[in-house]
Design a binder for this molecule. Structure first.
Ligand SMILES: Nc1nc2c(c(=O)[nH]1)N[C@H]1C(S)=C(S)[C@@H](COP(=O)(O)O)O[C@H]1N2
Ligand SMILES: [Mo]
Length: 304
């Protein structure tokens, strides 16, 4: 996989072959010093995925200016403005808990864990709007397999970065932070569950959860936690932000389900950003064939 900032000098082309070894050492030093992979860096060698929808992607402008990221403000246009200077390098991700091999990785190591894919997914927010987003990332199960969950691991708990200095608006967000979310282990291992590092072929814009976030396309958007710093494998169902502060409104499972209304509004339809009118919301956001088996025997009205 090749990753290159468009503005970087193409060293491979300007350096004579004879200095190859020297260049290698020079590049290693450079990488250690320079902030790499800033937001908006082109990602290369991205494979297309058979899991992509053929629906037209929502325009880049909407994907990156109509956001929910309460740490950077609760209005849709605020994250794009207030996350501009969010420092996402250096970044470390820790995976621990009920695993044989706990690990802390820097972002470059995370990027090397598995081949990058483009996954064009439908996303639906519990507020009743949806988008089609060309994510870049790899299945979360690649990272989970690496740490080897123990037999006690039943759930996966995720935690976002939080720092009042960098996220002063988060003081007024009205939610307990850091943002936390969780999945059952089999949901986390499902091939559709993505660890995303980019969209539209580039590293994630800050407002979309740079440098790495979860994407769970059959669940409401709030499950897709942004700017992850810690993944904890646990025995018991973990506390999750929205289901803790409003348990009657946001369940742990949060599967997109048009037949379970939010107590304050219907979930039967949605507004696809960029379209006029509303469209019908599909069970599991249209991913029934792939994920329904995860919930065999469960009452999804109780486990909403
Ligand atoms: N850390 C964090 N993650 C978050 C949120 C948030 O406020 N903070 N909002 C969630 C909600 S409600 C939605 S709909 C999606 C929005 O992702 P997007 O802005 O990239 O479309 O992010 C989710 N992940
Ligand atoms: Mo959301």
């Amino acid at each position: 996989m090749l990753i290159r900032k468009p503005t970087d000098l193409p060293y491979s082309q300007v350096t004579p072959r004879s200095t190859y070894l020297h260049r290698r050492r020079f590049l290693a030093a450079l990488t250690a010093l320079a902030p790499t992979l800033a937001a908006g860096t082109r990602l290369e060698g991205i494979a297309k995925s058979r899991f992509s929808t053929t629906e037209p992607p929502t325009p880049y402008k909407d994907v990156t200016t109509y956001n929910n990221f309460y740490e950077f403000g609760t209005q849709k246009d605020q994250p794009a403005a207030y996350a501009k200077n969010f420092r996402t390098r250096p970044w470390t991700l820790t995976i621990e808990g009920e695993v044989a091999k706990p690990i802390t990785l820097d972002l470059d190591a995370v990027l090397k864990l598995a081949p990058l894919e483009e996954r064009i997914y439908r996303m639906r927010c519990v507020e009743g709007w949806s988008m089609v987003i060309p994510w870049v990332g790899f299945p979360l199960n690649a990272i989970l397999q690496k740490v080897q969950p123990t037999s006690k691991a039943q759930f996966v708990a995720f935690q976002s970065f939080h720092d009042l200095k960098q996220m002063p608006e988060s003081r007024w967000a009205g939610i307990p932070l850091p943002y936390v979310e969780g999945l059952r282990l089999d949901e986390a291992m499902h091939p559709l569950t993505l660890l995303s590092v980019g969209l539209y072929g580039e590293t994630l814009p800050n407002q979309n959860g740079a440098p790495l976030r979860l994407v769970v396309p059959w669940k409401y958007g709030f499950k897709s936690i942004k700017s992850i710093v810690k993944i904890d494998l646990v025995e018991e169902q973990p506390h999750t932000l929205w289901s803790t502060i409003a348990p009657q409104e946001y369940g742990f499972y949060a599967n997109v389900n048009p037949s379970v209304d939010h107590p304050r509004w219907s979930q039967a339809s949605e507004r696809r950003i960029g379209e006029i009118g509303r469209r019908e919301t599909l069970m599991f956001n249209g991913y029934t064939d792939q994920v329904a088996a995860l919930y065999d025997g469960m009452d999804l009205r109780i486990n909403y």
